[in-house]
Design a protein around this ligand. Structure first.
Ligand code: FAD
Length: 324
């Protein structure tokens, strides 16, 4: 499809998010012969991260370091990416379907009057055509799209297209670009994270989600412990968020986050359609619920009918034994 593909990497606390590496593999699937140029933006030295992008499959990297790129703003990132597009003339741009990717790519696509295929979960090559698969109707169906012509933005959903293995022997050119990033009308004075600890839910391989059945904020503590032993993150139903057992940033579903972990454990969640919209594409679903008729059991691969306050501590104990 394309001769040159830009891949926008994303860092969080100085570390590249895994979706950046997944985007490189997605770019390779667009054209295994094309050149892949990683793009990294920030206010700090990003040379190490640029080399990481290369070791995960990019051919070279372009880094823009500017004080106005400290935090994401569509104006700042937009200016930087537009300047790189002007210089590199790529055929496609791949980014994560993250808050940054979701905000930036439609704005640039509209500015450039180009296409955008968002929230891609699979890329196939069918008879010389690249076919993108993306969920629609809150994950109840999938559509396949083909880009017939022109420059295109693609965003990929985290955790669906695996990253390539890191190859430490790979090297490539890292170019640091000087540019003016001006006229930023949005000033970010402070960033206060509601969930700063632990694994990021959108990219976690394991998510333990609590519902109204957990009954209180304290009731979530065993879920954090279970997430800890499994190296996962904690999420929640809207029922639990509405009841103030946890913050809305943990909400999974139609009006919350959409996640596709390898393992999803629903604890005290009934399985309302709006909740399923956020997790039904998880690879393995386990449900713990005391009601054998709960809807969540209809999509669960494994169901445990029982009181979560008995089941979760037992699970933690057993998993710890296996890990010893
Ligand atoms: C427009 C709209 C958008 C919405 N968006 C979302 C969304 O994004 N995400 C979302 O989650 N919801 C969303 N909802 C709300 C959704 O319809 C449900 O109300 C919500 O998901 C219910 O949360 P819950 O399963 O935690 O609670 P409940 O439905 O009350 O279920 C609690 C479950 O816990 C079980 N239980 C209770 N005690 C125990 C125990 N001791 N041990 C084991 N099991 C126990 C019960 O059997 C029950 O199945 C939306 C609703 C609307 C109208």
């Amino acid at each position: 499809m394309s001769d040159k593909i830009l891949v926008i990497g994303e860092a969080k606390d100085g570390e590249l998010r895994n979706v950046s590496f997944e985007a490189i593999n997605a770019a390779k699937q667009l054209n295994s012969e094309g050149e892949i140029v990683a793009v990294l933006l920030g206010d700090e030295d990003l040379e190490n991260q640029a080399n990481d992008m290369i070791q995960y499959g990019a051919d070279r990297a372009v880094v823009v370091q500017h004080e106005n790129l400290k935090s994401y703003t569509s104006e700042g990132y937009g200016q930087a990416v537009m300047a790189i597009i002007d210089e590199e003339s790529p055929n496609a741009i791949v980014a994560g379907h993250t808050s940054i990717g979701k905000d930036l790519t439609p704005k640039l696509a509209s500015k450039l009057e180009s296409g955008l295929v968002s929230d891609v979960v699979d890329i196939e090559n069918e008879g010389n055509q690249i076919v993108f698969t993306r969920p629609i109707y809150s994950g109840k169906a999938f559509e396949k799209k083909i880009v017939s012509d022109g420059f295109t933005f693609i965003t990929i959903r985290p955790n669906n297209i695996p990253a390539l293995d890191k190859d430490e022997s790979r090297s490539g050119d890292v170019q640091t670009k000087e540019m003016d990033i001006t006229d930023i009308r949005t000033v970010i004075k402070d960033v206060i994270r509601k969930t700063s600890e632990g694994v990021d839910m959108s990219e976690a391989n394991v998510v333990i989600a609590g519902g109204r059945g957990v009954r209180s904020a304290e009731g979530f503590e065993p879920l954090y412990e279970l997430a800890d032993v499994l190296g996962g993150a904690v999420g929640a139903s809207r029922g639990a968020c509405d009841a103030e057992y946890c913050d809305y940033s943990l909400q999974i579903g139609q009006t919350g986050k959409v996640i596709t972990p390898d393992l999803y454990i629903a604890v005290g969640i009934s399985g309302a359609i709006q909740h399923l919209a956020g997790m039904s594409n998880s690879k393995v679903i386990v449900a713990i619920n005391k009601d054998p008729e709960a809807n969540i059991f209809n999509i669960a691969d494994y169901g445990i009918v029982g009181d979560l306050f008995d089941v979760v501590p037992k699970l933690i104990e057993e998993i710890k034994k296996v890990k010893e």
